[in-house]
Write a protein that binds this ligand. Structure first.
Ligand code: FAD
Length: 295
Protein backbone atom coordinates (compact mmCIF):
# COMPACT_ATOMS: atom_id res chain seq x y z
CA UNK A 1 0.00 0.00 0.00
CA UNK A 2 1.14 3.56 -0.67
CA UNK A 3 0.80 6.57 1.60
CA UNK A 4 -2.08 8.97 0.85
CA UNK A 5 -1.05 12.29 -0.70
CA UNK A 6 0.23 14.86 1.79
CA UNK A 7 2.06 18.17 1.70
CA UNK A 8 5.56 18.35 3.13
CA UNK A 9 7.36 21.13 5.01
CA UNK A 10 10.86 21.30 6.43
CA UNK A 11 11.03 24.15 8.97
CA UNK A 12 14.36 25.39 10.23
CA UNK A 13 13.26 26.62 13.66
CA UNK A 14 11.01 25.41 16.47
CA UNK A 15 8.91 28.59 16.07
CA UNK A 16 8.35 27.84 12.38
CA UNK A 17 7.36 24.24 13.13
CA UNK A 18 4.87 25.44 15.76
CA UNK A 19 3.45 28.03 13.35
CA UNK A 20 2.95 25.34 10.67
CA UNK A 21 1.22 23.07 13.22
CA UNK A 22 -1.11 25.92 14.25
CA UNK A 23 -1.90 26.87 10.64
CA UNK A 24 -2.60 23.29 9.48
CA UNK A 25 -4.86 21.38 11.88
CA UNK A 26 -4.24 17.67 11.40
CA UNK A 27 -0.57 18.16 10.43
CA UNK A 28 1.93 15.63 11.83
CA UNK A 29 5.53 15.96 12.95
CA UNK A 30 8.07 13.69 11.25
CA UNK A 31 11.07 12.87 13.48
CA UNK A 32 12.64 9.46 12.82
CA UNK A 33 9.64 8.29 10.81
CA UNK A 34 9.87 4.77 12.22
CA UNK A 35 6.27 4.82 13.43
CA UNK A 36 4.73 7.62 11.35
CA UNK A 37 5.83 6.31 7.94
CA UNK A 38 4.44 2.85 8.72
CA UNK A 39 1.04 4.34 9.62
CA UNK A 40 1.11 6.44 6.42
CA UNK A 41 1.95 3.43 4.27
CA UNK A 42 -0.84 1.43 5.89
CA UNK A 43 -3.18 4.41 5.52
CA UNK A 44 -3.83 4.44 9.26
CA UNK A 45 -3.07 8.16 9.20
CA UNK A 46 -3.67 10.79 6.53
CA UNK A 47 -2.20 14.12 7.63
CA UNK A 48 -2.74 17.17 5.44
CA UNK A 49 0.85 18.19 6.05
CA UNK A 50 3.95 16.33 7.25
CA UNK A 51 6.33 18.63 9.12
CA UNK A 52 9.88 17.26 9.00
CA UNK A 53 11.80 18.62 12.00
CA UNK A 54 15.12 16.99 11.07
CA UNK A 55 16.74 20.25 9.90
CA UNK A 56 16.00 22.20 13.08
CA UNK A 57 19.33 22.89 14.79
CA UNK A 58 19.90 22.42 18.53
CA UNK A 59 17.57 19.47 19.08
CA UNK A 60 20.07 16.66 18.54
CA UNK A 61 22.11 16.72 21.73
CA UNK A 62 22.18 15.10 25.16
CA UNK A 63 23.46 17.39 27.86
CA UNK A 64 23.59 17.70 31.61
CA UNK A 65 22.13 20.79 33.30
CA UNK A 66 22.55 20.63 37.07
CA UNK A 67 20.73 17.59 38.38
CA UNK A 68 18.90 16.97 35.07
CA UNK A 69 19.81 15.26 31.83
CA UNK A 70 18.26 16.82 28.73
CA UNK A 71 17.62 14.71 25.63
CA UNK A 72 16.62 16.75 22.58
CA UNK A 73 13.82 15.86 20.17
CA UNK A 74 16.20 14.75 17.40
CA UNK A 75 18.37 12.45 19.51
CA UNK A 76 18.13 8.97 17.95
CA UNK A 77 17.63 5.91 20.14
CA UNK A 78 21.14 4.76 19.09
CA UNK A 79 22.63 8.03 20.35
CA UNK A 80 20.81 7.64 23.70
CA UNK A 81 21.92 4.01 23.91
CA UNK A 82 25.57 4.87 23.26
CA UNK A 83 25.71 7.96 25.47
CA UNK A 84 28.18 7.87 28.35
CA UNK A 85 26.11 10.59 30.07
CA UNK A 86 22.98 8.43 29.93
CA UNK A 87 24.89 5.35 31.09
CA UNK A 88 26.30 7.22 34.08
CA UNK A 89 23.39 9.42 35.09
CA UNK A 90 20.31 7.65 33.81
CA UNK A 91 20.93 3.91 34.20
CA UNK A 92 17.24 3.01 33.86
CA UNK A 93 17.06 4.47 30.34
CA UNK A 94 20.41 2.88 29.45
CA UNK A 95 19.14 -0.52 30.62
CA UNK A 96 15.91 -0.15 28.63
CA UNK A 97 17.51 0.96 25.35
CA UNK A 98 18.66 -2.47 24.07
CA UNK A 99 15.01 -3.58 24.27
CA UNK A 100 13.80 -0.77 21.98
CA UNK A 101 13.19 -2.31 18.56
CA UNK A 102 16.20 -3.37 16.45
CA UNK A 103 19.47 -1.64 15.59
CA UNK A 104 18.23 -0.30 12.23
CA UNK A 105 15.17 1.28 13.85
CA UNK A 106 17.23 2.66 16.74
CA UNK A 107 19.53 4.34 14.22
CA UNK A 108 16.72 6.52 12.94
CA UNK A 109 13.92 6.49 15.54
CA UNK A 110 14.12 9.21 18.16
CA UNK A 111 13.78 8.84 21.92
CA UNK A 112 11.36 11.79 22.04
CA UNK A 113 9.39 10.44 19.05
CA UNK A 114 8.77 7.36 21.12
CA UNK A 115 7.62 9.53 24.03
CA UNK A 116 5.27 11.52 21.76
CA UNK A 117 3.93 8.43 20.00
CA UNK A 118 2.73 6.99 23.36
CA UNK A 119 2.57 3.34 22.40
CA UNK A 120 1.48 1.55 25.60
CA UNK A 121 4.17 -1.11 25.10
CA UNK A 122 7.02 1.31 24.35
CA UNK A 123 9.92 1.36 26.78
CA UNK A 124 10.66 5.10 26.90
CA UNK A 125 7.26 6.31 28.17
CA UNK A 126 7.45 3.73 30.99
CA UNK A 127 10.94 4.90 31.95
CA UNK A 128 9.83 8.55 31.81
CA UNK A 129 6.93 7.80 34.16
CA UNK A 130 9.07 5.73 36.55
CA UNK A 131 11.64 8.54 36.70
CA UNK A 132 9.06 11.32 36.94
CA UNK A 133 10.61 12.96 33.86
CA UNK A 134 9.51 16.32 32.47
CA UNK A 135 8.44 16.65 28.86
CA UNK A 136 9.53 19.94 27.33
CA UNK A 137 6.88 21.29 24.98
CA UNK A 138 6.70 24.35 22.69
CA UNK A 139 3.46 25.76 21.36
CA UNK A 140 1.97 29.05 20.13
CA UNK A 141 1.69 30.24 23.75
CA UNK A 142 5.37 29.54 24.53
CA UNK A 143 7.15 26.70 26.30
CA UNK A 144 5.87 24.48 29.09
CA UNK A 145 7.11 21.45 31.05
CA UNK A 146 4.73 18.58 31.73
CA UNK A 147 5.42 15.72 34.17
CA UNK A 148 5.37 12.38 32.34
CA UNK A 149 2.92 11.17 35.00
CA UNK A 150 0.27 13.58 33.75
CA UNK A 151 1.34 13.54 30.06
CA UNK A 152 -0.07 10.09 29.28
CA UNK A 153 -3.85 9.91 29.44
CA UNK A 154 -4.86 6.84 27.42
CA UNK A 155 -4.09 4.59 24.48
CA UNK A 156 -1.79 6.69 22.21
CA UNK A 157 -3.24 9.73 24.02
CA UNK A 158 -1.12 12.49 25.51
CA UNK A 159 -1.39 16.02 26.80
CA UNK A 160 0.34 17.30 23.62
CA UNK A 161 -1.99 19.66 21.74
CA UNK A 162 -2.25 19.54 17.93
CA UNK A 163 -0.22 22.73 17.64
CA UNK A 164 2.55 21.72 20.05
CA UNK A 165 6.00 20.22 19.51
CA UNK A 166 7.87 18.07 22.01
CA UNK A 167 11.33 19.67 22.03
CA UNK A 168 12.98 17.37 24.56
CA UNK A 169 12.78 15.38 27.74
CA UNK A 170 14.38 16.29 31.05
CA UNK A 171 15.36 13.34 33.25
CA UNK A 172 16.59 13.48 36.85
CA UNK A 173 20.21 12.49 37.35
CA UNK A 174 20.42 9.32 39.47
CA UNK A 175 21.02 10.11 43.13
CA UNK A 176 23.72 8.21 45.05
CA UNK A 177 22.31 4.91 46.34
CA UNK A 178 19.28 4.91 44.05
CA UNK A 179 18.62 1.54 42.45
CA UNK A 180 16.98 0.81 39.14
CA UNK A 181 15.69 -2.21 37.32
CA UNK A 182 14.33 -2.67 33.81
CA UNK A 183 13.23 -5.87 32.11
CA UNK A 184 10.47 -7.16 29.87
CA UNK A 185 8.86 -10.23 28.39
CA UNK A 186 8.70 -10.10 24.59
CA UNK A 187 8.09 -12.88 22.08
CA UNK A 188 11.33 -12.04 20.25
CA UNK A 189 14.13 -9.69 21.25
CA UNK A 190 13.36 -6.23 19.80
CA UNK A 191 9.61 -6.79 19.58
CA UNK A 192 7.31 -4.60 21.62
CA UNK A 193 6.95 -6.44 24.95
CA UNK A 194 3.83 -8.14 26.21
CA UNK A 195 4.72 -6.96 29.72
CA UNK A 196 7.55 -4.73 30.88
CA UNK A 197 8.83 -3.39 34.20
CA UNK A 198 10.65 -0.13 34.95
CA UNK A 199 11.40 0.70 38.58
CA UNK A 200 13.45 2.93 40.84
CA UNK A 201 14.00 2.57 44.59
CA UNK A 202 15.63 4.83 47.15
CA UNK A 203 16.46 3.64 50.67
CA UNK A 204 17.77 5.21 53.86
CA UNK A 205 19.16 3.04 56.65
CA UNK A 206 17.95 -0.11 54.88
CA UNK A 207 14.36 1.11 54.63
CA UNK A 208 12.61 2.20 51.47
CA UNK A 209 11.87 5.92 51.24
CA UNK A 210 10.69 5.92 47.61
CA UNK A 211 9.59 3.28 45.13
CA UNK A 212 8.48 4.17 41.61
CA UNK A 213 7.31 1.03 39.84
CA UNK A 214 5.69 0.86 36.41
CA UNK A 215 4.32 -2.27 34.79
CA UNK A 216 3.70 -1.40 31.15
CA UNK A 217 2.25 -2.97 28.02
CA UNK A 218 -1.05 -4.48 29.15
CA UNK A 219 -2.70 -1.19 30.16
CA UNK A 220 -3.51 1.77 27.84
CA UNK A 221 -0.70 3.91 29.24
CA UNK A 222 2.08 3.73 31.84
CA UNK A 223 1.38 4.74 35.44
CA UNK A 224 3.28 4.37 38.71
CA UNK A 225 1.88 1.77 41.10
CA UNK A 226 0.50 3.45 44.22
CA UNK A 227 0.07 0.06 45.91
CA UNK A 228 3.74 -0.89 45.44
CA UNK A 229 4.86 2.41 46.89
CA UNK A 230 2.60 2.19 49.95
CA UNK A 231 3.62 -1.40 50.72
CA UNK A 232 7.34 -0.65 50.45
CA UNK A 233 7.52 2.65 52.35
CA UNK A 234 9.58 2.60 55.59
CA UNK A 235 10.23 -1.17 55.35
CA UNK A 236 13.27 -3.26 54.46
CA UNK A 237 13.00 -4.50 50.87
CA UNK A 238 13.01 -8.18 51.79
CA UNK A 239 11.33 -11.30 50.42
CA UNK A 240 8.10 -10.66 52.32
CA UNK A 241 7.88 -7.10 51.00
CA UNK A 242 8.56 -8.26 47.42
CA UNK A 243 5.89 -10.97 47.69
CA UNK A 244 3.33 -8.42 48.94
CA UNK A 245 4.18 -5.98 46.15
CA UNK A 246 3.93 -8.73 43.53
CA UNK A 247 0.49 -9.77 44.76
CA UNK A 248 -0.81 -6.20 44.96
CA UNK A 249 0.56 -5.03 41.60
CA UNK A 250 -0.76 -8.03 39.68
CA UNK A 251 -4.16 -7.68 41.37
CA UNK A 252 -4.49 -3.97 40.59
CA UNK A 253 -3.57 -4.39 36.88
CA UNK A 254 -6.34 -3.71 34.38
CA UNK A 255 -5.08 -5.34 31.16
CA UNK A 256 -6.77 -4.45 27.89
CA UNK A 257 -6.69 -8.13 26.84
CA UNK A 258 -5.49 -11.59 27.97
CA UNK A 259 -5.78 -10.46 31.60
CA UNK A 260 -4.93 -13.80 33.27
CA UNK A 261 -1.79 -14.36 31.17
CA UNK A 262 -0.61 -10.76 31.55
CA UNK A 263 -0.98 -11.00 35.35
CA UNK A 264 1.07 -14.21 35.36
CA UNK A 265 3.75 -12.59 33.19
CA UNK A 266 3.85 -9.49 35.40
CA UNK A 267 4.16 -11.67 38.50
CA UNK A 268 7.08 -13.58 36.98
CA UNK A 269 8.78 -10.33 36.00
CA UNK A 270 8.33 -8.81 39.46
CA UNK A 271 9.65 -11.90 41.25
CA UNK A 272 12.63 -12.04 38.90
CA UNK A 273 13.54 -8.36 38.99
CA UNK A 274 12.58 -6.82 42.32
CA UNK A 275 15.35 -8.56 44.31
CA UNK A 276 17.77 -6.45 42.22
CA UNK A 277 16.38 -3.35 43.97
CA UNK A 278 17.26 -4.72 47.43
CA UNK A 279 20.21 -3.39 49.42
CA UNK A 280 23.66 -4.71 48.57
CA UNK A 281 26.45 -3.82 46.14
CA UNK A 282 24.89 -1.64 43.42
CA UNK A 283 26.09 -3.78 40.52
CA UNK A 284 22.94 -3.14 38.55
CA UNK A 285 23.94 0.53 38.25
CA UNK A 286 26.60 -0.56 35.81
CA UNK A 287 25.03 -0.56 32.39
CA UNK A 288 26.25 -3.92 31.14
CA UNK A 289 24.63 -3.47 27.73
CA UNK A 290 26.42 -0.17 27.32
CA UNK A 291 29.74 -1.74 28.22
CA UNK A 292 29.35 -4.88 26.16
CA UNK A 293 27.72 -3.40 23.06
CA UNK A 294 24.05 -3.46 22.26
CA UNK A 295 22.65 -6.39 20.28
P1 FAD B 1 8.03 9.28 14.10
O1 FAD B 1 7.69 7.99 13.46
O2 FAD B 1 8.64 10.32 13.24
O3 FAD B 1 6.72 9.89 14.82
C1 FAD B 1 5.89 9.08 15.59
C2 FAD B 1 4.71 9.90 16.09
O4 FAD B 1 5.14 10.82 17.08
C3 FAD B 1 4.04 10.74 15.02
O5 FAD B 1 2.67 10.89 15.32
C4 FAD B 1 4.74 12.07 15.13
O6 FAD B 1 3.95 13.12 14.62
C5 FAD B 1 4.96 12.17 16.63
N1 FAD B 1 6.18 12.89 16.98
C6 FAD B 1 7.47 12.47 16.79
N2 FAD B 1 8.31 13.36 17.30
C7 FAD B 1 7.57 14.37 17.79
C8 FAD B 1 7.90 15.59 18.45
N3 FAD B 1 9.16 15.94 18.69
N4 FAD B 1 6.87 16.40 18.85
C9 FAD B 1 5.59 16.05 18.61
N5 FAD B 1 5.22 14.90 18.00
C10 FAD B 1 6.21 14.08 17.60
N6 FAD B 1 9.49 1.30 19.90
C11 FAD B 1 9.64 0.88 21.15
O7 FAD B 1 9.59 1.69 22.06
N7 FAD B 1 9.88 -0.44 21.44
C12 FAD B 1 9.96 -1.39 20.47
O8 FAD B 1 10.18 -2.57 20.76
C13 FAD B 1 9.77 -0.98 19.12
N8 FAD B 1 9.81 -1.87 18.11
C14 FAD B 1 9.62 -1.43 16.83
C15 FAD B 1 9.67 -2.37 15.79
C16 FAD B 1 9.46 -1.95 14.49
C17 FAD B 1 9.51 -2.98 13.39
C18 FAD B 1 9.25 -0.56 14.20
C19 FAD B 1 9.08 -0.08 12.78
C20 FAD B 1 9.23 0.37 15.22
C21 FAD B 1 9.41 -0.06 16.53
N9 FAD B 1 9.36 0.86 17.60
C22 FAD B 1 9.54 0.41 18.87
C23 FAD B 1 9.07 2.29 17.35
C24 FAD B 1 10.35 3.13 17.33
O9 FAD B 1 10.90 3.19 18.61
C25 FAD B 1 10.07 4.55 16.84
O10 FAD B 1 11.28 5.14 16.62
C26 FAD B 1 9.31 5.47 17.78
O11 FAD B 1 8.09 4.95 18.17
C27 FAD B 1 8.95 6.79 17.14
O12 FAD B 1 10.07 7.56 16.97
P2 FAD B 1 10.30 8.29 15.60
O13 FAD B 1 11.35 9.30 15.85
O14 FAD B 1 10.57 7.30 14.53
O15 FAD B 1 8.92 9.06 15.40
Amino acid sequence: MKAPPFRYARPETVAEAVRLLAEHPGARILAGGQSLVATLQMRLSAPVLVIDINRIPGLDSIRRAGDRLLIGALVRHAQTAGSALVAEHCPLVAAAMPHVAHAAIRNRGTTCGSLANADPAAEMPACAVALDALLEISGPGGARSVPARSFYSGLFETDLAEDELLTGVSLPVAAPGERFVFDEIARRHGDFPEVGLAARRRAEGGRTVALDLVIFGPEPCPRPSAAAREIALHRPFDAACIAEITAAVTAEMEPMAHAAVRRLQAGALLRRCLPRLADGPPDHLKNENHQQGIP
